[in-house]
Design a protein around this ligand. Sequence first.
Ligand SMILES: [Zn+2]
Ligand SMILES: [Zn+2]
Length: 78
Amino acid sequence: MLGQKFDANALYNRIVHYYIDKKSYSKEKANAIAQTIVAREMQRRICKNMKCKHSMDDHVRAQETCLVLDCNCRHFVR
Ligand SMILES: [Zn+2]
Ligand SMILES: [Zn+2]
């Protein structure tokens, strides 16, 4: 997983399949759970620097300088 770009859709689909196939949840319930988990995961991957707010993927090695043009963030804030 390290160094790989975060794919929200892939994660979403994996969670839905997991709950439907392995836990026998209804499609609606599995979708609701996937939405909650993916939203939390996205939030976790956003820089908390108010002037940045870019994703972890925009930061060098997910924690150093932000690569977005005209953003001065130098360190990913969790
Ligand atoms: Zn930034
Ligand atoms: Zn940042």
